[in-house]
Ligand binder design. Structure first.
Ligand SMILES: C[S@@+](CC[C@H](N)C(=O)[O-])C[C@H]1O[C@@H](n2cnc3c(N)ncnc32)[C@H](O)[C@@H]1O
Length: 268
């Protein structure tokens, strides 16, 4: 392996892209647990290669408690993705706002499945240095709000679209137009994403789009059918640390807490 550290200066300028380091850091942290929920050792390996002030990031992120947020979310999306790939081994997977996530390596779908990861160009430039392109794996450097990149993704197979930690950062109009373009382009598949409650997006400056219920989305895009909607904390039984498991269990009994952030699975 190349020992040269990768410089990530520049990810901070827009207040959003640096968040990919936060999720990567939390997944790497969680991978060191004795009984991890996700166990993403690729994240730990990637992190080792990055030159960044992780001590400051750690103070900001409080990984001891927040690791479970990202691990439960990623694990649920991995499980839904694996189920789709088992039903459609010839699928196209399209991950939007991929950051430095290693889902493609975690699931490693065999041929003939093919995988596309998309993020803004500066993130893809960095990503290429950590995860090289290979057969059936391509990266696209573009903004999801730009309509042109979709032409690079063939629409000839059942398609799994994953957007983890992306849509809340976009204005509502951009989310609607994006989902419309996706369902216009791909004839069939599933769309998986996480969404925040509108009151959360009003409280936290970097967020814009909020959603309460999958039926709202069905109303503005009738091609999408909500087949699952679960709280970010569902699956808390897997949390290996007793006191955090208890916090999640108690929170799960409170509707406002449960709906703070949810995971959605749509079929089309
Ligand atoms: C919280 S990070 C999540 C990254 C990754 N999905 C993960 O779970 O680690 C948000 C990601 O969305 C990307 N992003 C934000 N706005 C975007 C846009 N308009 N087009 C493409 N990617 C975008 C950021 O660059 C960043 O990688």
């Amino acid at each position: 392996m190349n020992a040269e550290k990768i410089d990530v200066t520049g990810l901070n300028d827009d207040g959003i892209t640096w968040t990919l380091l936060a999720t990567l850091y939390l997944r790497a942290w969680e991978s060191r647990a004795e009984r991890p929920i996700l166990g993403d050792h690729h994240a730990a390996e990637a992190l080792d290669r990055i030159d960044y002030d992780f001590a400051t990031l750690e103070r900001r992120l409080r990984p001891r408690s927040n690791q479970f947020l990202v691990a439960l979310r990623a694990r649920r999306l991995d499980d839904w993705s694996a189920a789709f790939l088992a039903r459609h081994p010839d699928a196209t997977v399209l991950q939007l706002g991929c950051g430095l996530d290693s889902r493609m390596l975690r699931l490693d779908p065999p041929a003939p499945a093919r995988w596309f990861d998309l993020d803004v160009p500066k993130v893809i430039d960095l990503r290429r240095r950590l995860y090289p392109e290979r057969d059936r794996y391509r990266m696209i450097g573009a903004s999801v709000t730009d309509p042109d990149w979709l032409r690079q993704v063939p629409a000839d197979r059942p398609t799994l679209i994953i957007a983890e930690g992306l849509l809340p950062y976009l204005p509502g109009g951009d989310v609607r137009r994006l989902l419309q373009r996706l369902t216009d382009h791909f004839p069939s598949g599933e769309l998986l994403f996480d969404g925040m409650a509108p009151w959360v997006t009003r409280m936290i400056k970097v967020f814009h789009w909020g959603v309460r219920d999958g039926r709202e989305i069905e109303r503005w895009n009738p091609r999408l059918r909500c087949v699952a909607q679960v709280s970010f904390g569902a699956g808390y039984e897997r949390i290996p640390v007793r006191r955090y498991r208890l916090v999640y269990r108690l929170g799960n009994g409170i509707p406002t807490w449960r709906r703070m952030s949810q995971l959605f699975r749509f079929a089309f």
